[in-house]
Design a protein around this ligand. Sequence first.
Ligand code: LLP
Length: 386
Amino acid sequence: MLKGNFPIEKFKGIETPFYYYDLNVLRQTLATINEQTEQHDFHVHFAMKANVNPEVLRVIKEAGLGADCVSGGEVQAAIDAGISASKIVFAGVGKADWEIELGLKNDIFCFNVESIPELQVIDELAKQNNKTANVALRINPNVSANTHHYITTGLNENKFGINMSELESVIGQFDGLKNVKLIGLHFHIGSQITDMTSFQALCIRVNEIQELFIAQQIKIEHINVGGGLGINYEHPNHFPTPDFESYFKVFKNHLTLQPNQTLHFELGRAVVGQCGTLISKVLYVKEGTSKKFAILDAGFTDLIRPALYQAYHRIENLNSTGAEQVYDVVGPICESSDTFAKDYSMNATQRGDLIALRSAGAYGEIMASQYNLRKLPKAYTSDQLI
Ligand code: LLP
C-alpha cells in the first residue's frame, strides 16, 4: 500500500493522537494558487473555518492570502496572524453586535451581508462608530453543488444568503442607509465540489444577476464567488495539490467581469486539506464474531468528519508492511458513530502501530471537541520535526 511521506522516527515519544502538518505540501499548494491567481489577477481569502493552527496561518499569511472569517474569533485570529484587515472578509448569518464592531474597528475589507435586518444593524453600529462599512450582498444563487447535503449552501431551501426574490427590496434599502456602502456581491454554493460544471453554473447565474445591477446602474466593484473546491480524499499521495488550474479557468472563461471589477475566492479545504494528517496509535486489535476491529486512540473528538458527514479519509498503517487485512477502524468513544472506516483493508495491524488518517488538514483539528473529557489533540509541523 502506497503511504505518505512521514518522519516516523521523529514521531517517537510524541503523545498520540496529534495532528501533523506537512508545511512543504502547504507551501507547494500556495505556490500553485499564487501562480494561477497572478495570471488572472484573482484574490484568494483563506476560509479560516477550515484551520486556524498558528503555524499553518503563518505560512498562508506569508503567501499573501487574505482571510475569510465567520466569527469575531476568526477575525481576531486573522489579525493576530498578521493578515491585513484590508484583505479580511466577514460572512455569517448571525453576526453578533460585538463581532460587527470588531470588524468596524479594524476597518475590514468587507462584510458579507446575509439579510436585511443584518444590513440595518451594521448601518446602525457603523453610524455609532462614525464609520462606513463596506458590504457585499450574499446572494443565494440557487445552484446545486452536487455534494453532501450537509455542506450544500446555495439552494433556496438553505438558510444562507438573500434569495433572488428579495433582491429588489434589499437594493431599495441602501438609499436610506448612509453608513453602509455596497461594494460587492457574494456567492457560495457548497463545499468539496469536484465537478467543475457546478462552478460553471454558478458563473452563468452570477452573469445573470450582474445584469440586474447593470440595468439599475448600480456599480459593483467586487465579485466574490466563495469557496468549495474539493480535494482528492481517495488518493492524497497521487494528488497532493488540487486542480487549481481547471478551477480558476472555469471562472476566467465563464464569468463576465465588468470593467475594473475584481474577483475574489474564499478557499478553505483546497488550501489546507492535504497538508494535514491525524496520527493515532492502535490501542487494541479486537476479534469480533464476524469482524476485526482496530481500536485507535483517536476518536471523533479528534476528527469528526467520518461520523458527521460519512466522510472518507484514507487510512495508512505507518509501521506495518504485513499482508493486508480487513478491519473496522474505530475510536474509543462510547458511540457507534465513532467509526473512521468499515471493512477497510490495511497492512496487518497490531497494538502500538501508528495510523495515519490522511487529508485531515481542513475541518479536522478545528472541529475537535472535548466530549468524554478527552484532551484536545496537539499539532506539530514538518518544520518543527526536522
Ligand atoms: N465561504 C463560505 C461562505 C463558506 O460557507 C465556506 C464553507 C467556505 C467559503 C469554504 O469552503 P471550502 O473552500 O472549504 O469548501 N465542515 C465541513 C465543511 C463545511 C464548509 C462550510 N462552509 C466538512 O468538514 O466537510
